[in-house]
Write a protein that binds this ligand. Structure first.
Ligand code: NDP
Ligand code: 2IT
Length: 445
């Protein structure tokens, strides 16, 4: 299926931003799945919605100078892309990783628009980051870096303007340092960041939310197949925030998690991953996943990441990074009997892999739907901060669970309405897009 308006918009994006491959990939997937919507609703083309929605409202790129422990000057590059504010303040994480560039932050910011729309909460889309590598840095170095990052960023954000949170390389420690610097400069204590510590305005269940939400979403997909997590073998890539809490929730629903990874390699533990060991190694000691196999005799460690998808499993949850699961990996999963894949990470499956999953008619939950529980719970943190109240873990978790059920239903219904029943890629893109597009029309050009 092709459409001239969609094709022209894609061509403009590629011409204007040459070489931004991840950004092109994300825009191509969304725009192609919107073709039936664009053809049925002429007002979107008349209002120029596509050419407006692909272009960020604002991009801020800045220098981050800081002093390392030896007193040497270091310089990183930071950015915040304020993508779309039709539904609320810009909202989305900050990533600290050496690979960060405008292509990656723009693909993430673009996806975030539709993800945030799917949550049903009042949040626009944005993303930020820096090419800083927290690995091997002391706590003091991380603190000085975070302070320098916020010394520029503070003037562009606010609780009702743009509310950043964590992503790869940014967890509770980094959010604490950034919050402290914001408060020092602005002399305001309010919810300008989410994922804060529980002592100073954080929400219970935000740490668990992305992983839990991904499993809640996957559970809905499994229910549609008259199945569930009980006794399922689950492979999870990554061993960071999302992966750890996806594993925890899957185990609590009766699944056996048999493999996890980091950017160096993966561990396979046929007896079932001992999550207390992973949590200590990763959350407390900041060590490599290879250490797990050194401690746990039933586990084997393999160097390199892609082999994890050749381990036979019923459910796969890619929770590490973009394009970590390619067409060959997808074929291996399908051949080995995998029935469901839910993306905890953003865009972890390549377009080839997505095609393999959809063609094989296994259940496939795309990231902007399946991992929306993190930002949804950030939205709940914003609500609690505005009210100056704190809800219990169970209250937040119940709201998160219901939001994930609602997102699944919305994506499923949109897929069916536009003649691709079961295709949650189309369904999530369509359901997320329509709300943003209608809000943009209502607010004028
Ligand atoms: P963390 O930094 O906590 O963990 C990231 C994990 O992924 C680590 O195990 C890391 O390994 C691995 N990883 C990172 N980069 C690569 C790479 N290039 N190749 C292989 N493995 C890699 O981040 P999160 O768990 O927060 O984020 C994981 C994914 O989930 C990302 O795609 C993020 O955008 C997405 N996400 C996160 C949300 C959140 O609330 N945190 C919400 C929604 C989505 P290593 O330690 O070796 O680098
Ligand atoms: O990709 C994501 O949705 C996140 N990193 C979480 C964003 C947020 O604002 O909580």
């Amino acid at each position: 299926m092709s459409n001239q308006y969609v094709a022209q918009t894609l061509e403009t994006v590629k011409r204007r931003y040459p070489g931004e491959t991840e950004f092109h990939q994300a825009v191509t997937e969304v725009l192609e799945s919107l073709i039936p919507v664009i053809e049925k609703n002429k007002e979107f083309e008349e209002a120029g919605i596509l050419e407006r929605i692909v272009e960020p409202e604002r991009q801020i790129i800045f220098r981050i100078p800081w002093l390392d422990d030896k007193g040497r000057v270091q310089v990183n590059r930071g950015m915040r892309i304020q993508y779309n504010s039709a539904l609320g303040p810009y909202k989305g994480g900050i990533r600290f990783h050496p690979s960060v560039n405008t292509s990656i932050i723009k693909f993430l910011g673009f996806e975030q628009i539709f993800k945030n729309s799917l949550t049903g909460l009042m949040m626009g889309g944005g993303k930020g980051g820096a090419d800083f590598d927290p690995k091997g840095k002391s706590d003091n170095e991380v603190m000085r870096f975070c302070q320098s990052f916020m010394t520029e960023l503070y003037r562009h954000i606010d609780a009702d303007t743009d509310v950043p949170a964590g992503d790869i390389g940014v967890g509770g420690r980094e959010i604490g340092f950034m919050f402290g610097q914001y408060k020092r400069i602005k002399n305001i204590f309010h919810g300008v960041l989410t994922g804060k510590g529980l002592l100073y305005g954080g929400s219970l269940a935000r740490t668990e939310a992305t992983g839990y939400g991904c499993v809640y979403f996957c559970n809905e997909m499994l229910k549609d197949r008259k199945s569930g997590f009980e006794n399922k073998k689950v492979v999870i890539s990554g061993s960071g925030n999302v992966a750890i809490y996806a594993a925890q929730k899957a185990q609590s629903l009766g699944a056996k998690v048999i493999a996890m990874s980091d950017s160096s390699g993966y561990v396979h533990d046929a007896d079932g991953i001992k999550l207390d060991v992973v949590k200590r190694l990763k959350e407390v000691e900041r060590k490599r996943i290879s250490e797990y196999a050194a401690e746990v005799k039933s586990a084997q460690y393999t160097e390199g990441c892609s082999g994890i998808w050749t381990i036979p499993c019923d459910v796969a949850l890619p929770c590490a990074t973009q394009n970590e699961l390619d067409g060959n990996a997808a074929q291996a999963l399908v051949k080995n009997g995998c029935i469901a894949v839910a993306e905890g990470a953003n865009m972890p499956s390549t377009p080839d892999a997505v095609k393999v999953f959809l063609d094989a008619k296994i259940s496939f939950g795309p990231g902007k739907a399946a991992n929306a529980g993190g930002v949804a719970t950030s939205g709940l943190e914003m609500s609690q901060n505005s009210q100056r109240l704190a809800w219990t873990f169970d209250e937040v978790d119940a709201k998160l669970h219901q939001i994930m059920i609602n997102i699944h239903t919305a994506a499923k219904n949109a897929a069916a309405d536009y003649n691709t029943p079961g295709n949650l890629v189309n369904g999530a893109n369509i359901a997320g897009f329509i709300k943003v597009a209608r809000a943009m029309i209502a607010q004028g050009v």
